[in-house]
Design a protein around this ligand. Structure first.
Ligand code: GLC
Length: 559
């Protein structure tokens, strides 16, 4: 990876980092108005440091009419008044850094809100004027017919008629979100100026929302066009010009071979691997490791190393797609394997949080996170999933997955002191997930809780450089349900085996490369027999192990 840090021989801060995604409006409310805010996030930094995450990703914090959870922006260089102001952001940044935590902002390049002054100016300005040219207009709605409608539960077309302009405008998402016209150099400059603004504020990274859709071209799906990559390279150069390592991470819901080009050395540093996420759920659904192995092999062949960011869940639906992201049989496998998904299909996937999707079973939950924390790349943990927090089906759109964080058993889960009707969204009270039981304070006191499990896993991960940046090698197992791989850095080898099935599995693993070496399990600290080429092991249902193999010096390394 060509980065400034490589030149100075120190790895960039994001190498192997664990990213914690949070919804600022639902995380913690410091001023008691019922809506989470930046000061609330600042107050929870000690918790995040304890948990062991390296960075927080804030979903959009900009002024917005909130037709799409803040992804419909009216001012790219200000803070939504509900959340605080720029001074609050500076405090959050300073405090986060003092806790060893970096701050990543969501940057929505593709579109604005219809209420953005650029759009209002465009619709009132004359046809063909430079103001009108900030967005994509047509006299009819026939263009780009091959571009799928992304929010297919809410929209039937990518075009919307505007009475004032007397033309149709393009919107790949909601009609409230007109697409910017990147063919116009002034648009490119305006968005690069937005990047400069936040760089000057000291932001550590950007999650680039919906990057594939910046440019359009007739006869294509209008995704990941060469012009889009050219613009992203300009953006990278802009970020490189600043005197710090700033992470650029792509949200491109595309198959691996289509997302890999974003990871060209002069383009973005990381990209989410949504195909891998879908395959993780499919492998759990049918208890087979083969497809997951293929998917990992493919991703590593396309972009070796640790540049794929891996979420289990996020603030959207669990994307499976329309047969483009992953094959239809993967989608069908997931749907058949998770009865809890029934009736929860929205747009392109399953609109549920992790714990309820897994029917509250902690075993597949820890298995998935055990994989997340040990596969090569950047693990992304969604707020509340460290608790096994529930969801609220029936809330508008994806709000189902965006309810307030459960901090304590007190009123509103300790999220806010506001009266109930003022809360941004209702705290979870569903049986089995009630905030009076499932909350941070209670779980911190129970040594066997999920939250303490995450704390231990993330603490272990910190001490294991092989997991942060080690090479990745799939190993042979003789059981179809067992996935096995090694992560190796200069000072250590870590072998992981995971049983994806709901029944126990005994198998032989090929640890021939380390024959005769000592094997010690990391989390329980217990000794296993020395490694061999037919090394017998038993894995309980959904069980997994992290073993240090050939342990001698396990000191920190940065190789
Ligand atoms: C991304 C976001 C999603 C948003 C969409 C439009 O996919 O994750 O929440 O609705 O972009 O901005």
């Amino acid at each position: 990876m060509a980065t400034k840090s490589m030149a100075t021989q120190s790895p960039p801060w994001w190498e192997g980092c664990v990213i914690y995604q949070l919804m600022p409006r639902s995380f913690a409310d410091a001023d008691g108005d019922g809506i989470g805010d930046l000061a609330g996030i600042t107050s929870k930094l000690p918790y995040l440091e304890w948990l062991g995450v390296d960075a927080i990703w804030l979903t959009p914090i900009y002024p917005s009419p909130l037709k799409d959870g803040g992804y419909d922006i009216t001012d790219f260089t200000a803070i939504h008044p509900d959340l605080g102001d720029l001074d609050d952001l500076v405090v959050l940044l300073e405090q986060a850094h003092s806790h060893g935590i970096r701050v990543i902002l969501d940057l929505v390049l593709n579109h604005t809100s219809v209420l953005h002054p650029w759009f209002q100016r465009a619709r009132w300005a004359g046809k063909g004027s430079s103001e009108r040219d900030f967005y994509v207009w047509r006299d009819d709605d026939h263009s780009y017919a091959e571009a799928p409608v992304l929010f297919c539960h809410f929209e039937q077309s990518n075009w919307e008629w505007d009475e004032v302009a007397g033309q149709y405008y393009l919107h790949r998402f909601l009609r409230h979100q007109p697409d910017l016209n990147y063919d116009n150099p002034a648009v490119q400059e305006a968005m690069l100026a937005v990047v400069d603004f936040w760089l000057a504020k000291g932001i550590d990274g950007f999650r680039l929302d919906a990057v594939p859709f910046l440019f359009e071209q007739e006869g294509t799906r209008c995704e990941g066009l060469p012009q889009t990559h050219a613009f992203l390279k300009r953006l990278r150069a802009r970020v490189e010009a600043c005197d710090r390592d700033v992470l650029l991470i792509a949200e491109a819901i595309q198959p691996v071979h289509e997302s890999a080009p974003y990871l060209a050395d002069d383009e973005l540093h990381a990209a989410f691997n949504f195909a891998l996420t879908a395959n993780l759920f499919a492998s759990l659904a049918h208890g087979q490791a083969k497809e997951l192995r293929n998917c990992l092999t493919h991703a590593q062949a396309m972009v070796p190393g640790c540049r794929w960011a891996l979420p289990l869940r996020n603030h959207d639906e669990l994307w499976l797609g329309d047969g483009h992201l992953v094959a239809d049989d993967v989608i069908q496998t997931v749907l058949a394997g998770f009865p809890t998904a029934q009736g929860h299909w929205l747009n392109w996937g399953i609109n549920r949080r992790l714990a309820p999707l897994l029917n509250g079973d902690p075993r597949p939950n820890t298995l998935l996170h055990g994989l997340l924390y040990s596969l090569p790349g950047l693990p992304c943990l969604y707020y509340g999933d460290e608790l096994g927090m529930g969801d609220w089906p029936g809330l508008r759109d994806r709000d189902t997955n965006r309810t307030p964080m459960a901090w304590t058993g007190e009123r509103n889960g300790g999220f806010s002191t506001a009266p109930d009707p003022l809360l941004v969204l209702p705290p979870i009270t569903a049986p089995g997930y009630d905030y009076r039981v499932v909350n941070v304070a209670v779980q911190q006191q129970l040594s066997g809780s999920l939250i303490n499990w995450h704390h231990r896993m993330l603490t272990s991960r910190r001490l294991l450089p092989a997991l942060r940046h080690g090479a990745f090698q799939l190993l042979e197992s003789h059981h179809p349900s067992v996935l096995c791989y090694a992560r190796t850095s200069a000072s250590m080898t870590l072998v992981v085996a995971a049983n994806l099935a709901a029944t126990g599995a005994s198998t032989h693993l090929d640890l021939g490369d380390w024959s005769g070496s000592r094997v010690r399990e990391v989390l329980a600290g217990c000794e296993f027999p020395p490694a061999s080429d037919a090394w017998f092991v038993y894995l309980p249902a959904y069980g997994f192990f992290w073993w240090l193999v050939g342990e001698e010096g396990c000191a920190e390394d940065n190789s």
